[in-house]
Design a protein around this ligand. Structure first.
Ligand SMILES: C[S@@+](CC[C@H](N)C(=O)[O-])C[C@H]1O[C@@H](n2cnc3c(N)ncnc32)[C@H](O)[C@@H]1O
Length: 245
């Protein structure tokens, strides 16, 4: 936890937000930077060398490159085969096509279950979270992070109009761009809160909450997560770290 806080500097947040602006124009830069940052964040809680790791909603293999470089035996799982090939990439070896809410893995079979920016795309996010805990071995770690609906990027490409409602934001996007957004409200984008994530983590019968942090923010601002209401807007992206008991 101390190491995670030490790493979460303002400089790192600024650099992440700079990369974030390149998501549409230079996705390879954005996703590589995000993946490298994700590895550093995970390493601040657990070693990865020689660990088996399941990445739910892994998407194109940028995270595969980064986690394998850190020594993990990395397996990406995604519900959409097309996502493995995004940006002209090839599926990482061992990629699994499957649903995060019903993982085709044995109970207690991985050292680390990881999922980044996926839960907001899932109709039943806490089922996905439960599945992550199930497949993790006792003493192993679960890292679940997702974009909060009431955060500035909650509506994804329809932001900030999602503050007026998801359907209205999607309709506005279509009018402006001539095509519907990739992330369709109510189909592949759902409102998800910090409140529900924290409640799920605190009540999880088979895992202990190790840390809950605003994933991209500097550590001096982490207190926002303790302020109900405000946290839904300012946290941006919530990272829940749990240890399987
Ligand atoms: C925004 S991308 C996140 C990619 C990567 N994890 C990251 O952080 O950049 C969301 C991914 O979740 C996948 N996904 C959505 N619903 C899923 C489900 N039920 N099970 C597994 N993957 C799912 C999508 O296909 C997509 O690849």
């Amino acid at each position: 936890m101390k190491e995670a806080a030490r790493q979460a500097t303002l400089k790192r947040s600024v650099s992440l937000f700079r990369s974030f602006r390149l998501e549409q124009t230079k996705p390879e830069v954005f996703y590589r930077d995000l993946a490298d940052d994700a590895v550093a964040q995970v390493l601040s809680y657990t070693p990865l060398d020689g660990m088996t790791m399941l990445d739910i909603g892994g998407g194109p293999g940028y995270f595969a490159d980064a986690f394998e470089k850190a020594g993990a035996w990395y397996t990406p799982l995604d519900a959409d085969a097309g996502e493995f090939r995004l940006h002209g990439r090839s599926p990482a070896p061992g990629s699994v096509l499957g649903d995060g809410t019903s993982l085709p893995f044995r109970t207690g079979s991985v050292d680390v279950a990881y999922s980044s920016n996926v839960a907001e795309h899932v109709r039943e996010p806490w089922k996905l979270a439960d599945e992550m805990v199930r497949v993790t071995r006792p003493g192993g770690f679960v890292f679940l992070s997702y974009t909060l609906w009431f955060g500035p990027w909650g509506g994804h490409e329809t932001a900030p109009w999602h503050y007026l409602g998801g359907e209205r934001a999607a309709a506005r996007y279509e009018r402006t761009n001539g095509h519907p957004p990739k992330n369709k409200f109510g189909e592949s984008l759902f409102p998800i809160s910090a409140h529900d994530g924290l409640r799920w983590a605190q009540q999880c019968p088979d895992a202990q909450l190790v840390h809950a942090v605003p994933r991209y923010l500097p550590s001096w601002s982490w207190f926002v997560l303790s302020v109900p209401g405000l946290r839904e807007v300012l946290t941006w992206n919530l990272l829940l770290v749990l240890m399987k008991t």
